[in-house]
Structure formats: C-alpha cells, structure tokens
Design a protein around this ligand. Structure first.
Ligand code: NAP
Length: 317
C-alpha cells in the first residue's frame, strides 16, 4: 500500500504541469502526472509560438510540450493518461493524505498540484451548439484545413483571435475578423500583421447574433453596435475565440476560487487547503502566457517540495 502513495500528484499536462514535475522530480519527490487530453492543453494545439524565450526562430506548440515532457521524464516522472474526477482529503493512520480518483483508479498523494488550464469560452449565440463540428470550431490548427479556398469568420479581438485568423489565411480564401470594439485588443505586432494581410478583412464595432445554415454553416447575422444595423455575411466556417474559462468545475468547493472559477493562490502558489497548489492558466490573476505558466509551475513544484520535506521531517531549516 505504501508504494501507492505519491509525494506529488500533478493534474494537467501543459507547460505549468510539466515544469512543476521537472522541479519535484529533480528534488526526488515521487511524482505522478495525470495527462488529461480532453480538453487538450492550449499549447498542444498552438500553431507557432514566437514569444517563448530562447527560441529565436519560434517553436511549434506540440514540440515545446514534447520537450518539457521528455525533460520531466528524464528526472523520473510517472505518467497516467486519465481524467481526474475527484480529489478528497482522507485522514487515518497515515495522517492526512489526498485521495485522487480517476475514471479507473484511486491514487494517494501527500500533495496535489493543479495545473488544469482553461478551455475556450462559448459565445452563447443561436446556432453555436447546433453547428459545432459542422462549421463552428474553437481551434484553427485542428480544423483550419477543412476550409481550403472557403470564406470564414473569426470572432474576437484578442491575441488568440488574431493568431487564429492569421493561421487560417493559409487555407481560406477570405477571413473576416469580427470584433465588438473599434480596434483590436491584440498586441501591436499581431494586430499589424492582421491589418496588413490581404486575405483578412476587419469587421469592427460588430457582434455576431446568430449562426445559421442547413446541415452545415452557411452564414452569420451581424449587428453593428454603433449604428444598430443588421447584416448577413455568408461563410462556411465560424471560429470562435472570445477568451477562456478555467477547467476547475470538477473541484467543486475543494479550494477557494474567484468569481470566474479561477483558483486563488498566494505567492508560493499555495491554494486554500494545505498540500494543494495551483499554477498556470487555472489560477487567479495569471498572465496567461506559456512563460508565466512555466514560472508558476516552478514555484508550485518548489513549494510542494518544501511541504513534503516539512511533513517528512526532512526540511533543511
Ligand atoms: P482575451 O485576451 O481575453 O480576448 C478575448 C477577446 O474576445 C476580446 O477581444 C474580447 O472583447 C472578445 N470577447 C469576449 N467575449 C465576447 C463576446 N461575448 N462577444 C464578442 N467578443 C467577445 O483572450 P485571448 O485572445 O483568448 O487570449 C487569452 C490570453 O492568452 C491572453 O492573455 C493572451 O495574451 C494570451 N495569448 C497570447 C498569445 C501570444 O502572445 N502570441 C496568443 C494567444 C493568446 P473585448 O476586447 O471587448 O474584451
């Protein structure tokens, strides 16, 4: 039974989770990481990353993730491909210990590091659910190739929407980027690329109020928020990129969260329960950048090491 007890259970296989694992494994903590592929790490489906330090030519998302994973495995990380359904505290002969229940098994761990990330937020308009997978998508890298020489729209004005629109110009004849304000939220470098791309048309001050079609998407209804005028844009693809929501529902009330469901942590990435840490996009006030997720992961991993050393009476005081 004792061998089934891990020092650290890390939930989430993005940059935060793997970096936390590099830190815990290098400190010889027995570490198990749960790879949750649904939803996938945002980095796994990121086309090209050009702002991760140390890669002047940029790097593809899945390549960066693969490097982080192999680095953690080199230090002894164990992996289990399964979704975690539930985490609960068990008190008994072994003291307080966290019980981590997956679809098929139960594991025990002295600490838990939550690195569960965030998933795409829904727009919430008529037709969005009906045409999901039939023209409505949340991932350009996954679905862009289905729209070769077609007309499509991207909804949103942030870094994600602009990156998606730029990526989609590889396939689509025309990409209309529909944003509710009169200028893009995205950083200048991305915004300028979009503005200078002949295949991208900016549709500003506008919101999509309906996605319609028959078997698949045929168009969107758009309202100009300044004039109130309604119009129709014909398209066969709608890519929605209006921000993120944290993957924290399964936690119930386990730890304190903010109003949007992000986990509240202190500077050491400690959540509100002893032995639970959170890092990356699922924690409150994250910068939501890969480099920041890695930084969080390093802090969470180091804090878990301190915590385990302390309860085992091995702390270097
Ligand atoms: P974001 O920055 O929160 O932008 C979301 C966009 O969607 C905003 O423009 C927002 O409009 C719009 N929006 C939200 N709800 C909407 C609604 N109901 N209807 C219409 N539009 C709506 O999210 P993100 O672009 O997904 O980026 C998330 C984080 O990841 C950011 O911190 C970003 O910097 C980071 N990121 C970075 C890169 C990069 O550096 N290359 C790439 C991707 C993502 P408003 O502007 O009016 O609020």
């Amino acid at each position: 039974m004792e061998s089934l007890i891990y020092d650290t259970a890390i939930i989430g296989s993005g940059p935060a989770g793997f970096t936390a694992a590099i830190y815990t494994c290098r400190s010889r903590l027995k570490t198990l990481l749960f790879e949750c592929f649904v939803p996938p790490s945002q980095v796994a489906v990121a086309d090209f990353i050009e702002n991760y330090p140390g890669f002047p030519e940029g790097i593809e998302g899945f390549q960066l993730l693969d490097r982080l994973k192999r680095q953690a495995q080199n230090f002894g990380l164990e992996l289990h491909a399964s979704r975690v359904d539930n985490i609960a505290l068990e008190s008994g002969d072994r003291g307080d210990i966290w019980r981590v229940k997956t679809e098929d098994k139960i594991y025990y761990s002295l600490t838990v590091i939550l690195a569960v990330g965030a998933r795409h937020r829904q727009l919430g308009v008529e037709g969005e659910d009906k045409f999901r997978g039939k023209g409505v998508s949340y991932c350009a890298v996954c679905d862009g190739a289905f729209f070769k020489d077609k007309e499509i729209v991207v909804i949103g004005g942030g870094n994600s929407a602009v990156s998606e629109a730029l990526y989609l110009t590889r396939f689509a004849k025309k990409v209309r980027l529909i944003h509710r304000r009169n200028r893009l939220r995205a950083v200048a470098a991305l915004a300028q690329k979009a503005e200078g791309n002949r295949r991208i048309e900016l549709v500003l001050d506008s919101v999509v109020t309906q996605i319609y079609g028959k078997e698949t998407v045929q168009g969107v209804r758009v309202r100009n928020v300044v004039s109130g005028q309604e119009s129709h844009l014909s398209c066969c693809g709608v890519f929605i990129s209006v921000g993120y929501t944290p993957n924290t529902n399964f936690l119930g009330g386990l730890v304190k969260m903010d109003d949007s469901g992000y986990i509240v942590v202190d500077q050491a990435m400690r959540a509100s329960k002893p032995g639970i840490f959170a890092c990356g996009d699922c924690r409150s006030n994250s910068l939501r950048q890969i480099i920041a997720a890695c930084g969080d992961g390093a802090v969470a991993g180091s804090s878990a090491v301190d915590y385990v050393d302390h309860i085992k009476g091995q702390a270097y005081e």
